[in-house]
Design a protein around this ligand. Structure first.
Ligand SMILES: Cc1cc2nc3c(=O)[nH]c(=O)nc-3n(C[C@H](O)[C@H](O)[C@H](O)COP(=O)(O)O)c2cc1C
Length: 427
């Protein structure tokens, strides 16, 4: 038909069915339940606990899914949907779909290429990847595999203001186009899956690459060592696990392994990280300083109350990520989708509003956009794809969601995200 465009949904379907004729099945299952089950089989016990786990009894994770399931799309028929435009514009940059890859720390628990593979996957899709403060490869290393593709930086506010400034300027130099300040993790939530294994990646030197490559952080470590703080070998008989951890930390530290083994710095770096990486005393006054510290757009991640949203808009900040951190922080928290309509109404068109937590399918993307999100962040699905097949796996997991979003949009009688308004939903 003249002017018809298959779009990413039909293209992806066609490729998968064509491969099927030759007996090839998709490496990354196309449904979330299958993806999750396959990733679980592949992951280590510790890796699975960290990535799939949540806070407390998991009530927030369940609430996230229940909120999506409560809303139903009411499709309309007989409206030429042969051409669909999925694209969205965020801070002047047009992206092919209203989807970003959420920051995930310590991804090396799932795959050795970790963030570098996720960055490559995002670049393959032309969708932004938000580099995590807790990445396993530095933002510079990740940027290096992305070409001109969009990338943002997620900041955990260190107790050391010098580290904050250093991260902000490195992010700008690495081509990041926005700063996302995560506010819901000034302390780690109560995470029984990790606690029951006694497993915190960072205490083994996993997920602290941004710090180990940071000049100000390294200086801080040396200052502390000079002052006699940190770097001491824990007392008692060394256990096999302790020696293994020590070797891992030493290997991760920049420089030669032999020199690192003799140096107190790797251990001191981990201790320094654990004592400084976030600040429970953070307030709006700190956030206000950001305007003078970066010229990049600033978004706050973890906002769920409309009053907080309004305050952020009044301060002239640029965006919000309505998020409960995938249910990893406060057990029994409001589902982020349930929080979205009031937050979006509170800021109107003064801010860009993004949403994450529980987005698993293309239909979820449509529901979030209809309820006021300009775009969504995908979290665990890309991490599970990474676990299965590195860069290609992360790419396919997100491509599947985008493909389904395209088909769902069209099959609902819509041809662009602007047409996705609350009227297309009932609950
Ligand atoms: C393994 C893992 C690590 C995460 N690390 C970070 C992080 O370093 N910084 C951050 O702001 N959010 C982090 N998050 C939260 C995600 O950015 C996102 O908010 C969440 O995964 C969305 O929920 P979903 O996984 O249900 O899609 C992490 C999430 C997971 C699953």
């Amino acid at each position: 038909m003249a002017g018809e465009q298959p779009g990413p949904g039909r293209e992806r379907q066609a490729k998968i069915y064509r491969d099927g004729v030759f007996g090839r099945r998709p490496r990354v299952p196309t449904d979330f339940a299958g993806l999750e089950a396959a990733a679980r089989r592949k992951a280590s016990v510790r890796g699975w606990a960290y990535v799939a786990g949540g806070a407390g009894e998991g009530a927030t994770m369940r609430a996230n899914r229940a909120a999506f399931e409560r809303w139903a799309i009411v499709p309309r028929v007989l409206r030429d949907v042969s051409r669909r435009d999925l694209s969205a514009e965020l801070f002047g940059r047009r992206i092919p779909a209203p989807v970003l890859l959420a920051p995930v720390g310590a991804a090396e628990l799932l795959h050795p290429e970790a963030d570098r593979a996720i960055a490559g996957a995002a670049a393959d899709l032309g969708l932004p990847y938000i580099f995590s403060s807790q990445a396993c490869f530095s933002m510079e290393e990740c940027a290096a595999v992305m070409g001109e593709a969009p990338r943002w930086f997620q900041l955990y506010w260190s107790r050391d203001e010098g580290v904050v400034d250093s991260f902000l300027s490195r992010a700008k130099a690495a081509g990041c186009e926005a700063i996302v300040v995560t506010l819901d993790t000034t302390m780690l939530g109560w995470r029984p899956q990790d606690l029951n294994l006694g497993s915190l990646p960072f205490s083994r030197g996993e997920g602290i690459a941004q710090y180990l490559t940071d000049p100000r952080f390294r200086e801080l470590v040396r200052e502390r060592l000079a002052a006699g703080i940190g770097g001491a070998t824990p007392g008692g008989r060394p256990t096999f696990a302790a020696v293994k951890t020590l070797l891992t930390m030493t290997r991760k530290f920049p420089g030669s392994f032999a020199a690192n083994l003799r140096s107190p710095e790797p251990r001191a770096a981990v201790e320094t990280f654990l004592e400084t990486y976030s600040r429970p005393s953070l307030t709006w006054e700190d956030i206000a300083t950001l305007r003078d510290r970066t010229d990049l757009p600033v978004l706050l991640k973890g906002v769920l109350h409309p009053d907080d949203a309004r305050r952020a808009a009044d301060m002239g900040l640029d965006g919000l990520v309505v998020s409960n951190h995938g249910g990893r922080q406060v057990d029994g928290a409001i589902a982020s989708l349930d929080a979205l309509p009031a937050v979006a109404a509170a800021v109107g068109d003064r801010m860009t509003v993004l949403l994450d937590s529980g987005v698993r399918t293309g239909a979820d993307v449509l529901k979030a956009v209809a309820l006021g999100a300009d775009a969504v962040l995908i979290g665990r699905p890309h991490a599970y794809g990474l676990a299965l097949a590195g860069r290609e796996g992360a790419r396919d997991a997100v491509a599947n969601i985008v493909a389904e979003f395209d088909l769902t949009l069209g099959l609902s009688g819509l041809t662009s995200i602007a047409e996705a308004t609350p009227e297309i939903l009932v609950n």
